[in-house]
Design a protein around this ligand. Structure first.
Ligand code: E4P
Length: 229
């Protein structure tokens, strides 16, 4: 399973790249807005942000459309895709979105279909030519549905019918979500930075490191205390 970072913050992306665990990035208007608020007086616009991310990460970077008709989506997607070869255009699933996905994928523009909440939506996006489909796990769990179940079903559907789209498990909220996404075979998990940090941790690792250090110092002290012969 590849790891994308689900953020628009450059500092978080740089840290994940330094850790060697960032295969790509997904952004959306809300993440851009949060990054702008975090950056304050040094905030940058969306185009500049995507270009700066492309300088940091060697992998797909999802940039999301904010228009609503097919004609507008096609024009906006072409513009986003022209910014950098790494750009994957995010388009929400609906009728105008599907028509745009068909036209754009025929032009060779890679599409990440977003806001997927059902297997039917995933099937339509994949059939229309999307390169990625993004089931939203956390938001489904929020309304009492099974988000990881949809990821598993989508992986199986694409495999059974030999559809080339890849599944991005999105809207992941915790480390159970990331582990489950891997277990059910998601091609990609897009992970918020705090969850990526949490994935490294285990209390037994901390305890183990401390015990090894204590024993090392004990051995060193015993060696220093030996009589000089
Ligand atoms: C990523 O592609 C999605 O936009 C993102 O994972 C949504 O996450 P949220 O449901 O936490 O906003």
């Amino acid at each position: 399973m590849k790891i994308f970072l689900d953020t628009a913050r450059l500092d978080e992306i740089q840290q994940a790249v330094d850790w060697g665990v960032c295969d790509g990035v997904t952004t959306n208007p809300s993440l851009h807005s949060r990054a702008v608020a975090h950056e304050g007086d040094n905030a940058i616009g969306y185009r500049e942000r995507i270009l700066r991310i492309a300088d940091i990460v060697d992998g797909p970077i999802s940039a999301e459309c904010v228009t609503r008709t097919t004609v507008e989506l096609i024009a906006e997607a072409r513009e986003l895709a022209s910014w950098h070869p790494s750009v994957v255009v995010k388009i929400p699933i609906d009728g105008p979105g599907l028509a745009a996905i068909k036209a754009l994928s025929e032009e060779g523009i890679r599409i990440n279909t977003t806001l997927i909440f059902s297997l039917n939506q995933a099937l339509l996006a994949a059939r229309a030519g999307a390169a990625y489909v993004s089931p939203f796990v956390g938001r489904l769990d929020d309304i009492g549905e099974n988000g990881i179940g949809l990821v598993a079903d989508t992986v199986n559907l694409l495999d059974r019918f030999n559809l080339p789209a890849q599944v991005i498990a999105a809207s992941l909220r915790n480390t159970d979500h990331t582990a489950e996404a891997a277990r059910v075979g998601a091609h990609v998990a897009t992970i918020p930075f705090p969850v990526l940090e949490q994935m490294q941790r285990h209390p037994l690792t901390d305890k183990g490191i401390q015990a090894f250090l204590d024993d090392w110092h004990k051995a060193e002290a015993a060696l220093r205390a030996q009589p000089v012969s």
